[in-house]
Design a binder for this molecule. Structure first.
Ligand code: GLU
Length: 319
């Protein structure tokens, strides 16, 4: 991962919808090590914009876990729930530029739409001509072909109009959408490099298009392999992902480094958190990070099962 923009400023942006799972720890570890390797800053942002799905308790738990794992972030934690004004201002700018339109479609009305790879309905353009009783605000997506070079996944090209369609920036319930929040926040914080899980790869084209509409800079992107459970599902609250065990931070970090292809010596799992970071800082090789198999469920993407008895787990658990 070659830095193209300086000064390097990275970030980790967990959603506090539940405790931190292994997939998020991998994103934290990869983004942190890349920032340190470039003598850059690493910021922490709590992505609690979707308030009904988030909880203060989960956010506190995530902060404790990151501290236990020895992550040190620069500056104050940014809370999306406190940044409504910034999102509203960005939406107003887009309104003034005629880039957005109000939408009154219900989920049911969109049920027959084609489905994008990330599972969302491809918006058929129903409300483009205007609507009397708007519920949400959508960004107008004309024939936008977005391409970018991902440092791990390689070149990515997408045609937003056919793959996504006009997408939501403010939801019918009044909440701002993740896509708008993340673009506004990354731009305002001056984030130069986004290192995160490849489950967000399909969001990146939307975010780059939105950056272009708002006239803000596009960071460099690197999407890390996604950890899956034994059923091949991405770890998440919905798939009941286990929380990272805060009582054994060294084992968790060791597993994250292994997952990122860094081949930490097995004995390091028994070291202190501090020793692990020293080793990782000296031995971090971004070129070793695998893009991950195209299909979910690939063996090497399996997250460790913290509940398994030690004799079945080996390595980190034999300390
Ligand atoms: N909040 C997102 C998550 O926890 C990450 C968003 C991002 O890194 O842009 O999956």
């Amino acid at each position: 991962m070659n830095a193209t923009t300086f000064p390097y400023r990275g970030r980790f942006a967990p959603s506090p919808t539940g405790p931190l799972h292994f997939g998020s720890l991998v994103a934290a570890t990869g983004s942190f090590l890349e920032a340190r390797a470039h003598s850059g800053e690493w910021h922490l942002r709590m992505e609690d914009v979707d308030a009904p799905r988030c909880s203060a308790a989960a956010a506190t738990e995530i902060l404790h876990l990151l501290e236990a794992c020895g992550f040190a972030w620069d500056g104050e934690v940014i809370w999306q729930s406190r940044r409504e004004q910034a999102y509203a201002a960005a939406l107003e700018r887009l309104k003034a530029a005629g880039r957005v339109f109000p939408c009154a479609c219900t989920r049911r009305e969109l049920a027959d739409s084609a489905i994008a790879p990330d599972g969302a309905a491809i918006y058929p353009g129903t409300c483009r001509a205007g609507h009397a009783a708007p519920r949400a605000w959508r960004l107008r997506v004309d024939d936008a072909r977005i391409s970018f070079d991902d440092a791990i996944q390689g070149p990515v090209v997408s045609n937003l109009a056919s793959e996504v369609g006009d997408f939501i920036l403010r939801r019918a319930d009044g909440l701002f959408a993740y896509q708008l929040a993340v673009v506004v926040d990354d731009a305002e914080a001056g984030i130069s490099h986004v290192v995160r899980g490849a489950d967000l790869l399909s969001s990146t084209s939307r975010q780059i298009y939105l950056q272009q509409c708002l006239g803000v800079a596009t960071p460099a992107y690197a999407h890390l392999p996604v950890a899956v459970n034994a059923a091949g599902e991405k770890l998440s609250k919905q798939t009941r992902a286990q929380a990272v065990d805060i009582s054994r931070p060294a084992a968790a970090l060791h597993a994250a480094l292994e997952f990122l292809g860094q081949q930490p010596p097995p004995g390091l799992a028994c070291a202190t958190v501090r020793e692990i970071w020293v080793w990782a800082g000296e031995n971090w090789q971004p070129g070793r990070v695998p893009p991950g198999p195209a299909l979910p469920g690939g063996e090497r993407n399996l997250a460790p099962e913290w509940d398994n008895p030690p004799d079945r787990r080996g390595g980190p658990d034999d300390c």
